[in-house]
Design a protein around this ligand. Structure first.
Ligand SMILES: C[S@@+](CC[C@H](N)C(=O)[O-])C[C@H]1O[C@@H](n2cnc3c(N)ncnc32)[C@H](O)[C@@H]1O
Length: 219
């Protein structure tokens, strides 16, 4: 894949993938969308002082960056595991403006997140550790159990193989009672699959340009 750099409406970058005619984030605002779905409706909704996160789709590292900042600001220990099938070229990552836009700690954290080695745990800060795993979720089960899942695959219309019962079963196997699942999609088929896998599904107001998003909790 050969993604191209684009600017979204809040001034933050995203990437466009011509091969599948799909963006990594909402064109209404990548940073705004990521904060809304994965931080505010996700990480910030948990009360524990130590949290394990499984992200599907490391991509630009934007969700990891915002999570690292949230962990530091709130003094929560976050152990963050992220799966990726197609790691980005570092020369493209260096052009992304997330570091400066994320505040004074942003540039240093963004660099450390991308410099982190794959396949092992990296202590990025006192509060945030990161394990980036090269993996294809359509064929491989994630190892471990997680308190929260950030499901950030390409859209169901562009990458339907990521939104199947098979993949959702792999995700469910990585959760425990009380684990939270958040994603930007609110497609009916996703809600049905999650309910069949014993998740209580709630629709929450979405970020700009999106009426609703999905938040589900494992029974
Ligand atoms: C919508 S993008 C979002 C990425 C990231 N969360 C971000 O904010 O930049 C989807 C990501 O899923 C990755 N992906 C696609 N197929 C995958 C697969 N089978 N297994 C794991 N990751 C995959 C893509 O390479 C891409 O990085």
């Amino acid at each position: 894949m050969n993604p191209e750099l684009k600017i979204t409406q809040d001034g933050s970058h995203t990437l466009y993938v011509p091969e599948i005619d799909e963006h990594y984030h909402s064109h209404f605002g990548a940073l705004t969308e990521s904060k809304h779905i994965f931080i505010n409706a996700g990480l910030a909704s948990l009360e524990a002082s130590a949290v394990s996160v499984l992200e599907v789709g490391f991509g630009t590292g934007l969700n990891a960056l915002l999570s690292a900042i949230h962990a530091e600001e709130n003094k929560i220990r976050v152990s963050y595991t992220s799966l990726e099938k197609y790691p980005l070229d570092p020369s493209l990552v260096r052009q992304l403006n997330y570091g400066p836009l994320a505040g004074s700690r942003g540039p240093q954290l963004f660099e450390a997140i991308h410099a982190a080695s794959w396949g092992e745990q990296n202590a990025i800060t006192e509060w945030f550790s990161l394990t980036k795993i090269l993996s294809d979720l359509t064929v491989e089960d994630p190892a471990g159990l997680y308190d929260i899942i950030f499901f950030d695959a390409f859209g169901p219309d562009k990458q339907p193989e990521m939104w199947t019962e098979d993949v959702m079963r792999r995700i469910e196997a990585a959760t425990h009672a009380g684990s939270v699942f958040v994603t930007y999609s609110a497609k009916g088929s996703l809600k049905r699959m999650l309910r069949a896998l014993s998740f209580d599904v709630t629709l929450l107001p979405g970020p700009p340009g999106k009426r609703v998003m999905t938040r589900a909790v494992k029974r």
